[in-house]
Design a protein around this ligand. Structure first.
Ligand SMILES: NC(=O)c1ccc[n+]([C@@H]2O[C@H](COP(=O)([O-])OP(=O)(O)OC[C@H]3O[C@@H](n4cnc5c(N)ncnc54)[C@H](OP(=O)(O)O)[C@@H]3O)[C@@H](O)[C@H]2O)c1
Length: 294
């Protein structure tokens, strides 16, 4: 049995699917009862509702579990204490393998959510648990948040310079790599960057969107204050807004790059390109709009 924390988010559901496709039994920890259906439809058959901040919940969650795949909620102020609790429960149960869903370049102190992940990596390295650390780049799926504006206005917006080069990864490739790391032998004590694209400016991203969607798309910088207002209106908390703002400020000064070789090697094939990703999402969106009019 493999326990997945944070399992009802987009990452968790993708990892469940990839594991179930490989025939691995999954226990999904969800936060709220209304998330049970989402993880069951991804293939989880054993679901536990609870708070990963609670040691008692985590001790129940790790019972009879071979491996833990730990996904902390995105931009959580409690990432380090949650990491401590989940690792302590895994030590208590003597799990065979602990895989941590970290992030690319966690050593970046200027980004608090990356820096907190580095502290969790440190706890894991010192835990005496056999571990694997996965460090995904920013997901290509983040582009989908702007899909409507891209399609209707031809604008791909970002609160940092369009010249900034970022590495990206397809979440489907991340999930496949996670499932391989959890089910194949030989990945203990490894740390892998998960990167599909070495680095691309946002103008290059917009050019690929134009090419695949058959309409001009322009990468457009939005002032950080405008982004702050929009994020507040969308319901993001102060900690999340300030943390993400510090990431965008960093992107004003630096590129954020990784290397795709580890992901190619893990998958046994080249990672998904941005062209392939945009084509797949376009097909999925077309399919959804066709079925919604039927
Ligand atoms: N997005 C990217 O580009 C990217 C790139 C690299 C790494 N990552 C990392 O990937 C991880 C997952 O991101 P995501 O967007 O898939 O996650 P997410 O949507 O934030 O999902 C996390 C899940 O955990 C649940 N949760 C929150 N607090 C909890 C608690 N105390 N106990 C139990 N469950 C709780 C959430 O439920 P509620 O809805 O109730 O809160 C949600 O279902 C994050 O750590 C992020 O830093 C993301």
């Amino acid at each position: 049995m493999i326990l997945i924390t944070g399992s009802a988010g987009k990452t968790g559901r993708s990892v469940i699917q990839a594991l179930v496709e490989r025939g691995a039994p999954v226990r999904a920890l969800v936060h709220r009862p209304d998330q049970i259906q989402a993880v069951e439809s991804s293939g989880a058959r054993d679901v536990l509702v609870g708070d990963m901040k609670s040691r008692a919940t985590m001790e129940r969650a790790v019972q009879d579990v071979r491996a833990v795949y730990h996904i902390c909620p995105n931009v959580s102020p409690d990432e380090v204490s949650i990491g401590q609790t989940v690792i302590a429960a895994a030590q208590y149960a003597g799990v065979e393998h602990f895989v941590f869903h970290s992030v690319l370049n966690p050593q970046t102190e200027a980004m608090p959510h990356h820096w907190k992940k580095l502290r969790v990596e440190e706890l894991l390295v010192e835990s005496r648990l056999p571990y694997t650390i996965l460090q995904p780049a920013a997901y290509m799926q983040n582009i989908i948040a702007h899909w409507e504006q891209i399609q209707s206005e031809g604008i791909y917006p970002m609160p940092y310079p369009a010249e900034t080069r970022l590495s990206l990864v397809d979440l489907m490739d991340v999930a496949q790599a996670a499932a391989i790391g959890l089910t194949k032998p030989g990945h203990q004590y490894a740390t892998y960057q998960l990167v599909s694209i070495e680095g691309m400016s946002q103008m290059e991203v917009a050019a690929i969107l134009s090419q695949e969607l058959g309409r001009p798309v322009q990468a457009t910088t939005v002032p950080l204050e405008t982004w702050r207002t929009q994020a507040k209106e969308a319901g993001l908390g102060d900690y999340q807004i300030e943390t993400l703002a510090s990431m965008f400020t960093y992107y004003h000064r630096f590129d954020f790059l990784g290397n795709p070789h580890a992901l190619s090697w893990l998958l046994g094939r080249p990672p998904t390109t941005l062209n392939e990703f945009v084509r797949r999402i376009t097909e999925e969106k077309n399919l959804t709009s066709k079925t919604s009019v039927l």
